[in-house]
Structure formats: C-alpha cells, structure tokens
Design a protein around this ligand. Structure first.
Ligand SMILES: *[C@@H]1O[C@H](CO)[C@@H](O)[C@H](O)[C@H]1NC(C)=O
Ligand SMILES: *[C@@H]1O[C@H](CO)[C@@H](O)[C@H](O)[C@H]1NC(C)=O
Ligand SMILES: *[C@@H]1O[C@H](CO)[C@@H](O)[C@H](O)[C@H]1NC(C)=O
Length: 505
C-alpha cells in the first residue's frame, strides 16, 4: 500500500500515519529513506514528529512511545557513523526509556565517563547534512504562494524556511490582523493580573509574559471593535498570579476557571467558537497545569507558551505556539569575532535533569567544553562571548533562557532538549543557526562540534545567529520582526479563517 501512495502523493503519507501504528512504522521507513536521497517539500510542522500523544494523562507515558520516534538529529550521518564506531556505548538519558532507566538487558544506560575519542584527535567524517527542504507555506497561504516552490534549495545564509513567503505573509498579517483584548478597569481588584504593567521594564526569567502584554497594548493590532477581531486575548498573567497572595500557585486553576466563566457569560465571543479564536500567553512552567479546571482553554484556545514540548499533555504544536524565554538585556548586543572565542563550548546551570547530569558528568574535566554546575566565578557574559557554542540543556522543562542568552551574545546555541518545539519553527530554520543534538549523543558532543568548526560550517552558523538576533529581542514599543511581531505572525497562522457571525452581533 505504501509504495503506491508514495508514487501518487507524498502528502497522503502523512494522513496515513493516523491509521495505525503499523502503518506508521512502514511509512516511517519510506520517509527516512527519502530524506537521505531527495529534496522534499513537507507541509508539516516538523517532518520528524508525528502526533503520537498517548491518551493517558501522564507525561511520562510518552516515554514508551518515544522509542519509536527518531529524535531530531541534525548531524544524522555523523552520529550514525560514531554510533557504529562505538556500538556498546549507547546512552539513553532523560527518561527516554520507561522504568528505572535501565535497559531490559540490565546494562546501564548511563553515559560513560571518558569516551576514548574525547581527546578530539580524530577527524570527523564529512558533515553531510540532509538535503531535506521544509517549505512552510504559512498554513493559510496568500493567493500567490499557494503552490510552494518545489524543493527550493536554501542558500547557506538563509535563516528562513522561505523568506519570500514569510515576507509576504508578514505584510498581510501586519495589515490585517486584529486583536480584541478583554477590557478591565484600572480599579479592578485583579488589575495587577489582568492589565499590562507598564511602570518599569520587565525583568527576570518570565519577562516574555510581561513584555508581550506591554507590546500588544502599544501595537496597532488592537481593535476596540470585537466584530472585526480575528483573535481575542485572555489577558491574565500566570506569573503575576503566582505572586499575588490572594491567588498564589494553588489558586491559579480556579482563577482561570472563574475568568472563563465570567467572560463567557458577559460576552458572546467565547461561546460561539468554544474559545478557538482566543489565546493567552504564559512563560512560567506552572502554565502547564493552570488550565486543568478550564479544559476548554487547553483544548480549544491557542496557548502561546515557553514550555513547548511535543510530549506535554497540555501542548499541541499545530494549535499552540512556542514563545522564547528571554532574559531581557538593554542595548545592542556585544560582538566578538569567532576567532576570539577560545572555548569550544560552554554550559552552566543547576543539576535538575538527567540531561544536565549526563552532560556535566561526561564533560566535567574537559578543557575545551566548559561545564559548570555551580555559580560561575567569572561573569556569565564572559563565557557566552568567549565560547563558540553555548549549550542549552533541558532542565525541568525543555525551555530555558539560555537559547536567548546565546543568541544575544552571538554564540551558536546547541540544543540538548529532545522534543522541544523550538520558538518560531514555522518561520525559522533552526539548523541554520543552531546545532540540535539528541540527548542520546552527549558523548559525541565534542566530535560533532569540532567537526563543525573544522569546516566553514561554523562561520555560517555564527553569522546566521547575528541575523536572527532581532527575532529574539523584546522592545517596550514593538519593533518590526522582533519577538512580539514573530508571535503575532504565529498567531496569524493559527487564526481561524472561517468566521461565523452571529445574527445578534
Ligand atoms: C574528573 O577529575 C576528578 C579529579 O581528578 C576525578 O576524580 C573524576 O573521576 C574525573 N571525572 C571524569 C568523568 O573523568
Ligand atoms: C507594520 O505596520 C506598522 C504600522 O502600520 C508599520 O509602521 C510598519 O512599517 C509595518 N511593517 C512592515 C514590515 O511593513
Ligand atoms: C455561554 O454558554 C454558557 C454555558 O452553556 C451559558 O451559561 C452562558 O449563558 C452562555 N453565554 C452567553 C453570553 O450566552
């Protein structure tokens, strides 16, 4: 069955995947064989991930399914060769396996201390990148771009899946997108949670949440007329609720339940779509469970969140959107030429996940990859400026501010966070400015990174990091193509295109 489908329509393959797991395995085989040989146009969020979310209400049950899914590997061919060289040192970290993390044959999956090739002498095989070209046509393409260019080959300095489509859609979005914010008085007892706090500059780890609200309130996307709105913004801030003694962590679920109940009684907009044209923005990971008492928000509304893992029960990549966690830094980013970046790679952070433990355990004594589990004695910025690669390792969540930190300091991010739906993946081709390494390949990190530096690949990646900086920057008054506008674009892609207008509107 599969080969016939292949001949006629590749898209058919993706629909078939929903049939049965057996079919999926078969098609997976074909997909991976196509990947290595031809250019593909995939109208899919991410060609490597299928919606296999188990119906069990437990994130960890996803681990069972994970084994059947190839983790996104940017340097697939290299890693395959390295695995063949060292077949006995397979490492499975971060609970990619069920149970206590031991393989069924009893061997420990833990990362071995010092792999024999850690000295880094060996020459890497040529880095052959897959020629897969993912063209995202913007979901709701404009008339002109309804047929995406077949297998258009990207040039090396391109950071977008398709710049022309992005620009065209962006212009349309910029002209037409209209957002209605549920209005609240300054005297509302929960004004601190519902209104943007424009007094100072947002700071800290969850600043993205506050910046979004400030930017939106100062943008031209707002309409006072709900009948012309494409989307409705639910303006509660989860980070503010946490700090409000009247609500606190324990009260967030009830607050949201009450809020939805209030607006669905007071206004007609929620009921007519069940919330499908509504969205909220949250960066704190507590947002993961915040909708537990308002499941219609989780199921129907667009959730713009930092903790965007493909395997979180509360996150659906095609409906929801990933927002970067950005530690705000004022002013123009500092620059440092790659030749002056003496460390190969750098990581610092608390040991709160198996990925981090494995990373630190593997590279703790290395002189080229600096890993730190304690507070640095030197300024953080020195390390970000002094390293060629900056490692983002999954902690409690797939996201941290480190990706934004790396980009700000012109350091090529290394993503060690399996199943992270990276911010703006619809638009940006992350393989052009970052290195995505499977957490199973921590032991090969040095070989992979050195291989990139030894070719001129590194220079391209680093130049591209500078190009995407503007997309990972908040401004109090939004600036074209900054994080705010990128989020607007993601929302625009996800807006409902068919509106049913009620008679009494
Ligand atoms: C790192 O060095 C320390 C001190 O020499 C040693 O005890 C430890 O086993 C080393 N760790 C690894 C992973 O090589
Ligand atoms: C987007 O719209 C704003 C407001 O009309 C305008 O100032 C800006 O130049 C537009 N951006 C682009 C890229 O056209
Ligand atoms: C929306 O639906 C709820 C539940 O069915 C109902 O109680 C409420 O009155 C409706 N709101 C409006 C504005 O009609």
């Amino acid at each position: 069955m599969a080969p016939m489908v292949l001949k006629t329509s590749f898209k058919g393959l993706f629909f078939m995947t929903s049939c049965t797991l057996i079919t999926l395995k078969v098609t997976f085989f074909f997909i991976s064989s196509i990947h290595s040989t031809s250019k593909l146009v995939i109208h899919d969020h991410d060609g490597h991930h299928f919606d296999l979310k188990p119906a069990v209400d437990d994130d960890r049950s996803a681990e069972i399914y994970n084994r059947h899914i190839s983790t996104q590997r940017q340097y697939e061919d290299v890693v395959r060769i390295l695995h063949e060289e060292q077949p006995s040192t397979s490492t499975h970290v971060d609970g990619l396996r069920p149970g206590d993390g031991r393989d069924s044959d009893g061997s420990s999956p833990e990362v071995t201390g010092n792999p024999p090739w850690q000295g880094g002498g060996g020459q890497l095989p040529n880095l052959v990148k897959t020629t897969t070209t993912v063209v995202h046509d913007g979901g709701q393409p404009s008339a002109r771009s309804s047929t995406p260019p077949k297998g258009k080959v990207l040039t090396d300095n391109e950071v977008y899946h398709d710049k022309d489509i992005f620009k065209e859609n962006y212009n349309q979005m910029n002209k037409s997108l209209k957002i209605y914010i549920y209005p609240h008085e300054k005297t509302d007892p929960f004004a601190n949670v519902l209104l943007p706090d424009t007094r100072g500059s947002p700071g800290g780890n969850y600043a993205s949440e506050s910046y979004f609200k400030i930017s939106l309130s100062r943008s031209h996307f707002i309409t006072q007329n709900p009948s012309e709105a494409d989307l409705f913004f639910l303006p509660f801030s989860i980070a503010s609720m946490r700090h409000d003694k009247r609500i606190g962590t324990g009260g967030i679920k009830n607050f949201i339940k009450d809020y939805i109940s209030t607006i669905s009684h007071k206004y007609p907009f929620w009921n007519r779509t069940g919330g499908a044209d509504h969205f909220y923005v949250a960066c704190h990971s507590i947002g993961r469970t915040a909708m537990d008492k308002a499941p219609e928000v989780r199921i129907n509304a667009i959730q713009v969140v930092c903790s965007s893992s493909y395997f979180l029960q509360g996150y659906n990549a095609h409906k929801d959107a990933s927002i970067p966690q950005i530690w705000p830094r004022p002013g123009a980013p500092p620059t440092r030429h790659p030749s002056k970046r003496e460390m190969l790679a750098f990581y610092a952070g608390a040991m709160n996940s198996r990925v981090r433990e494995s990373l630190v355990r593997t590279w703790i004594n290395d002189t080229e990859i600096g890993v730190h589990q304690n507070r640095l004695k030197t300024p953080y910025s020195d390390s970000l400026l002094g390293s060629k690669f900056c490692i983002h390792a999954k902690g409690f969540e797939v996201n941290t501010a480190r990706v934004g930190d790396a980009i700000y300091y012109g350091c090529v991010p290394v993503i060690l966070a399996d199943h992270y739906d990276l911010p703006f993946t619809d638009i940006l081709d992350w393989s052009r400015f970052s290195v995505i390494v499977s957490t199973e390949d921590i032991q090969f990190l040095k070989r992979i990174l050195k291989g990139i530096v030894d070719t001129d690949e590194y220079m391209k990646l680093q130049k591209n990091v500078l190009k995407v900086q503007k997309h990972f920057q908040w401004n109090k008054k939004p600036v074209d193509f900054d994080t705010f506008y990128m989020v607007m674009y993601e929302l625009w892609l996800r807006r409902s295109s068919i509106r049913i207008h009620l008679l009494n509107e």
